[in-house]
Design a protein around this ligand. Structure first.
Ligand code: ADP
Length: 546
C-alpha cells in the first residue's frame, strides 16, 4: 500500500523561491573582484536567477546541457547555482586553481556549452578558449562597462548585459528530482580528474541535513561566511542550505588572506564560518600578533583535511569559538561526518571532551559507514581496529560521469558501498577518526603509522607553521616517517628540538626519523597538502637512519 501524501519533486528552484518568499529581505553581502562590497537580498537574488534562466532559454540550451563557472564566492556565482540548475541545466563549477591544461580537459570532458568567469580568471580563459570548441558563449561576470575591449575571446559578453535584457519572471520547469543539477571534478591528485554528478534530490536532501543542529546548525539568525569555495563541491552545500534557512550570507570573493577575512567577519557580524585548515591558519596568524578578537563568531566548521588539535584548542580556548571538525569528499556532496559531543559527554572533564572533538565525528543521518579489513571483513567499532572506510547513502556517488566501471563494492544485501580511500577507526559511540588516506599510510616494520598523528604533534609546537609527514624507503623497516616542516616567520626551531617534542606524545617507533625544513609545503587546488609533490621534491633525500 502506498502512502497518500503529496510527492512534489525536491528541486533546487524550490529552495530559491522559498527564500525569496520567506526571507525576502535577508541580506547577501559579497566582496567583489573589483574590491568593493555589494549587497542585496534573497528576493533580488531570485529575480536575477530567473533572468539568467531566461537568458539560457534564449540561447537555446537544452535540459541537461552543462553551463560552467570559473568564479570566486560571490552573488553572481550564487545566481548561477539557482538559475542554471533550476532551469534544468547542469552547473559545472570549475576549480580555477587547476592547471590550464587540466581546465581545458575538464571543460571538454563535461561538454560545457557556456562558461561564466570572474575577470581575475581572464588569463586562464585566454589560454584555453581556443581549445574548447563546444563552448558557444563566454561570459565575463562583470558590469557591461568593465568588459575588456580586446580580450581576444570571440563573442565575449558581460554577465550584466547578457541577463539584463531578460525578464525576472520565469516559470521554473518541474521534472524528476533525480535529474542532474551540478557537477564537480575531483582534484585529480592521482590521474585525470573524475566528476561527481549531483542531482536535485541529492543536493536538496544534503541541504536539509547540512542545516541540522549537530551538523552546521544554520538558522535565519545566522550570518554565514563560506570561505570554502563555491568552485569545489558546492561550498559544502552552504548555498543551498542558506536558501533553505534564510541565513544572512557573506561572500569573501577573491580576498582570502587573514586580514580581509577577519575584517569582513567583523563588519558583517559573521556568526558561522566554514573552511579548510590552511585558511584558518592564515586568519589566526593575522589575529594573534595583533591581539585581535572575534566579536560575533560563534562556530566554525573545519574540514577538507585533518584539523590539527592545536588549531581546535586555539579557537575554543583562546577565542571561545566552537570548532566542528568535519569530514567528507567530492563524491559525498561532500558531508559525511561532523564532530560534536553527545549529552552523556557534557559532564566529562574538558581534556576528555577535547579528545572526542579531535575526531572527524559522527555520521549524519543519510550516511551509512563501515570499516573493512584487507579481506573485506567488517572491523569492530572499538576505536582501535582500523580499516578502509566505506560509505553509502542518498547523496553519495553511484558512478562517475562518463565512468565505465562502477566504483562501488557490492555489499551482502546487494547494495553497493563507495570506498572512500580513507583509512579510519570508529568507536562504540560511532565517532569516526581518519588515520590516513590509504595512499599516505606509512608502513614501518609491519605496523602502520598515521601520518596525521605525526603532523598533529608537530603542529602543536609553537614554532611550526605547517607540517607534512611522509614515509621514506628504509632497508630494514620498509618505510620510516619523516616530517617536513615550515617554521613560523621569525621563529627558531632545530631538528633536535622538534624530535624531542615528540617524546611522550608518540610511541618511540612512531617518532619520525628526521625533520626536513622546507620553504613551503606544496598545496593542491583545494588547499590540501600535495604529498605527491612533496615526495617528488625530496626524491634525492636519504634517510640518516637508512
Ligand atoms: P580531492 O582532494 O580528491 O578533490 P576531496 O576534496 O573530495 O578530494 O577530499 C576528500 C578527502 O579529503 C577525503 O577522502 C579525506 O582523505 C580528506 N579529508 C576531508 N576531510 C578530512 C578531515 N576532516 N580529516 C582528514 N582528512 C579529511
Amino acid at each position: 500500500m502506498l502512502g497518500l501524501m503529496q510527492s512534489q519533486p525536491l528541486l533546487i528552484s524550490s529552495l530559491i523561491e522559498f527564500a525569496a518568499r520567506h526571507h525576502r529581505d535577508a541580506e547577501i553581502v559579497s566582496r567583489r573582484v573589483e574590491g568593493d562590497i555589494h549587497r542585496y537580498t534573497y528576493k533580488d537574488l531570485a529575480g536575477r536567477a530567473r533572468q539568467l534562466a531566461n537568458a539560457l532559454d534564449a540561447m537555446g540550451l537544452q535540459p541537461g546541457d552543462r553551463v560552467a563557472s570559473l568564479a570566486w564566492n560571490g552573488y553572481r556565482h550564487m545566481e548561477m547555482y539557482f538559475g542554471v540548475s533550476g532551469s534544468g541545466r547542469v552547473l559545472h563549477t570549475v576549480n580555477p586553481r587547476l592547471h590550464p591544461e587540466q581546465i581545458a580537459w575538464i571543460i571538454n570532458h563535461a561538454e560545457d556549452r557556456a562558461l561564466c568567469f570572474d575577470l581575475s580568471f581572464l588569463p586562464i580563459i585566454q589560454a584555453v578558449h581556443a581549445k574548447c570548441p563546444l563552448v558557444k558563449q563566454w561570459v565575463a561576470l562583470c558590469d557591461a562597462d568593465k568588459l575588456p575591449a580586446d580580450s581576444g575571446i570571440p563573442g565575449l559578453v558581460s554577465y550584466e548585459a547578457w541577463i539584463g535584457s531578460h525578464s525576472d519572471q520565469y516559470q521554473w520547469p518541474q521534472f524528476d528530482e533525480n535529474t542532474a543539477s551540478s557537477m564537480c571534478y575531483t582534484s585529480g591528485t592521482t590521474g585525470n580528474p573524475k566528476a561527481a554528478l549531483y542531482s536535485h534530490r541529492s543536493s536538496t536532501l544534503h541541504a536539509y541535513a547540512a542545516a541540522l543542529p549537530d551538523v552546521m546548525c544554520l538558522s535565519a539568525r545566522d550570518s554565514v561566511l563560506p570561505v570554502v569555495p563555491m568552485f569545489h563541491v558546492n561550498a559544502w552545500g552552504i548555498p543551498y542550505s542558506a536558501a533553505l534557512t534564510g541565513c544572512k550570507l557573506v561572500f569573501p570573493g577573491p580576498a582570502l588572506d587573514g586580514k580581509s577575512v577577519y575584517e569582513l567577519m567583523e563588519a558583517e557580524g559573521v556568526t558561522f564560518a566554514a573552511g579548510v585548515p590552511t585558511v584558518w591558519q592564515m586568519l589566526l596568524s593575522h589575529m594573534k600578533p595583533a591581539g585581535l578578537r572575534f566579536s560575533t563568531l560563534k562556530r566554525t566548521v573545519i574540514g577538507g583535511s585533518a584539523c590539527p588539535p592545536a588549531m581546535l584548542n586555539t579557537f575554543q580556548d583562546e577565542y571561545g569559538v566552537s570548532v566542528l571538525h568535519a569530514w567528507g569528499m567530492t563524491e559525498m556532496s561532500p558531508l559525511g561526518t561532523l564532530c560534536s559531543l553527545k549529552n552523556k559527554h557534557l559532564e566529562m572533564p574538558k581534556d576528555e571532551q577535547m579528545k572526542i572533538l579531535q575526531k572527524q565525528g559522527r555520521a549524519i543521518y543519510g550516511v551509512e559507514m563501515k570499516i573493512v579489513g584487507d579481506d573485506g571483513q567488517e572491523q569492530p567499532w572499538d576505536g582501535k581496529s582500523f580499516g578502509d572506510l566505506l560509505v553509502r547513502g542518498p547523496w553519495i556517488i553511484d558512478s562517475y560521469y562518463k565512468g565505465s566501471a562502477s566504483p562501488l563494492i557490492q555489499g551482502d544485501d546487494g547494495h553497493g558501498w563507495f570506498p572512500t580511500g580513507d583509512v579510519a577507526t570508529i568507536d562504540a559511540d560511532g565517532y569516526m577518526q581518519i588515520t590516513d588516506r590509504s595512499k599516505d599510510v606509512i608502513k614501518s616494520g609491519g605496523e602502520w603509522i598515521s601520518s596525521i598523528d605525526i603532523e598533529n604533534i608537530a603542529m602543536a609546537h609553537p614554532a611550526v607553521a605547517m607540517a607534512a609527514c611522509i614515509g621514506m624507503p628504509h632497508p630494514k623497516w620498509d618505510e620510516r616517517p619523516i616530517v617536513a616542516v615550515t617554521r613560523k616567520p621569525g621563529a627558531e626551531l632545530s631538528r633536535e628540538e622538534l624530535l624531542q617534542f615528540y617524546e611522550g606524545k608518540a610511541a618511540k617507533w612512531q617518532v619520525p626519523d628526521d625533520v626536513v625544513f622546507v620553504e613551503s609545503i606544496p598545496l593542491g587546488a583545494t588547499g590540501k597538502m600535495l604529498k605527491t609533490k612533496l615526495r617528488e621534491s625530496l626524491k634525492d633525500y636519504k634517510l640518516p637512519t637508512a
